[in-house]
Structures are given as C-alpha cells and as structure tokens.
Design a protein around this ligand. Structure first.
Ligand code: ZN
Length: 310
C-alpha cells in the first residue's frame, strides 16, 4: 500500500502573492496565487495523485471509485479540504453557514467550519476573528450603519499561532499572512464587507442578509489548543479536535511513528526535511495515508500538521 502524495490545484486571485511558488515550488499561472488546494476533492478544484498506481487520478476520482482507500465511509463528498493560502492583500470579511443552514439554503451543500495555522506572517500582521455585537439587533444596526471598525475583532498574529473558526464566525485573513487551512469540504461563503474595494470598477457582491442569518451572537472566541506533549525529543500538540476534524502539529527532531486508525490521515510538511517511510519529503509536500496504512514513520528535522476525521 502506498502513501498518496498530492499535486495541488493553484488558484489565481486579486489578493494573492508569489510565496506558494517561491516557497514550495508549486506550478502557478501567475504572480497573484492566493490558494493552493493541496488536498482537495471539490467541484471548484481538485488535487491529483503525483505517483504510484493512482498517478494522475484526482482525489475526486479516488473518492468516487476507490472508496476503500478511505475505509468505505459514507458521504457525497470527501469530508476535508486543505489549503495553503498566501494573502498579499486583505481578504473580504466573511462568514460561513453551518451544515443545517447550507442544506436548506445552498442546494444541500455542506456548511463550513475551518481552522488556520499561521505558517508565516509579516511583522505586525493581524487577522479578523469574531465581532463585538451583543445581539442580532445590535449586529444588524452596526452593519447597516457601516460601523465596521467597532464591529469586527482584530487580533495580532505570529508565526505558529492557531485559530479555530466554527461556522457562524465572522473572519478575514489579512495581508502578509501565509496560512495552512483545514476545513470542511465546502465553498459556501457569505461576504459581509469588502473594504469598499472595486473589482473591474465594481464592488464585489455582498451577502448581507445571509450573513446576518448565520453570524453567531454574541460571539466568543474559543481556544482549542492543548498543551504540547514532549516525548523522545519530539513535540506533539493537538490544535483542535471537534466533531468535524482533528488537527495536530508535530515538531520532530529525529524519528516518530504515527498511528492511523482513522478512515485516512492527511499529512502536510511545513518546515525542515526528512523521510516518510524512506521517501524524502520537503516543505509543501502533502500526502494521504489511506485506510489500513496503519503506521507511518517520519524521520528528520521537520514540522508538519496532520488532520483526520474519526
Ligand atoms: Zn472562511
């Protein structure tokens, strides 16, 4: 049985930069690459197997025709979507619905809960997570009056920070930020505010009423990060474990074996170099250990993130 190394789908957007190409060597179509969908089986983008018996197949094809690779779990879509995001400019302020709202209002689509690991950022960089309205009434009034600075919560960020963003949370990535995002496999986004920017002379569409519907009031930011566990010189730290996914950070200094009792386990190499079951890996490499690939040996000096469902 082989690990499934994935080739990303890279997306050009106005706010994107050049880091995904420069840092990870991804093939991009321009110098405004905002997103690399490194593990993706979505209608709007797919990653592709790099080598081995499934070389050239998309993750969507594997999900549809080789469900045994994922423990024969049920579902219309592969449950997770992993992206690396390079924001050279601010992204719009947005919110995602939960599964229930998306099912009813977005043609049966999934909602989106996501989380961000800050791979790197400029000095003084910040991020928008949450808001200051105490009730829907106050929220509606602040939005109608355009009191954005009073409404949104802006937090300073540093390399290595982690943020959990459940559906219903107002959020925005801002300029000078490189992020690894783990999320539900959904593309339903409601844009709340776009800083009054124009695209081709026009403002981009906003979704104010849907946003007000789904924004949680009042909002509390939750810290999901557990204390790191150190063993054999390696550091393991659970970043979040919710009913949709578990994300864990590893800083390995020599050798570690990771068990995979899950339907599948995704590994994203972010720093350093080493080997995975004898195969050399570098930052920007992403692979899936399929169902039944019970243990993975990683050696070297590396920082990587794993994600799985239960
Ligand atoms: Zn989002």
């Amino acid at each position: 049985m082989d690990l499934l190394f994935m080739e990303p789908y890279c997306k050009e957007v106005l706010w994107g930069g050049t880091k995904l190409h420069e840092k990870y060597g991804y093939k991009t179509d321009g110098d405004h690459t905002g997103e690399a969908w490194v593990v993706a089986a979505n209608a709007h983008g797919v990653s592709t197997v790099k080598d081995g018996p499934y070389k050239g197949k998309t993750l969507t094809e594997l999900w549809e025709n080789h469900r045994e690779l994922f423990g024969n779990i049920e579902g219309d879509v592969f449950p997770l979507l992993i992206k690396l995001i390079d924001a050279r400019d601010n992204l719009s302020i947005q919110v995602h619905p939960d599964d229930e709202y998306a099912r009813a209002h977005e043609n049966g689509s999934k909602g989106k809960t996501e989380c961000w690991y800050i791979v790197d950022c400029d000095e003084g960089a910040d991020i928008v997570i949450g808001h200051n309205a105490a009730s829907k009434e106050e929220l509606t009034k602040m939005i109608t009056d355009g009191k954005w600075d009073d409404l949104i919560t802006v937090l300073p960020i540093h390399k290595g920070d982690f943020f959990f963003i459940p559906s219903g949370t107002v959020h925005a990535i801002r300029k000078g930020t490189l992020i690894l995002e783990t999320q539900q496999n959904s593309d339903v986004t409601y844009r709340l505010y776009d800083y009054g920017r124009l695209q081709n002379g026009k403002p981009r569409e906003l979704h104010i009423s849907q946003s007000i519907d789904v924004i949680r009031c009042p909002q509390k930011n939750i810290n999901t990060v557990k204390e790191p566990v150190i063993s054999n010189g390696n550091i393991e730290q659970e970043l979040v474990s919710c009913d949709l996914f578990t994300v864990t950070k590893y800083k390995v200094n020599n050798n570690i074996t990771i068990n995979n009792p899950y339907p599948f386990l995704i590994v994203d190499i972010l720093e350093g170099e080493g080997k995975v079951d004898g195969v050399p890996v570098k930052p920007g490499d992403n692979f899936i250990a399929p169902y039944g690939y019970d243990s993975i040996n990683l050696e070297g000096d590396m920082l990587f993130i794993t994600s799985h469902i239960d």
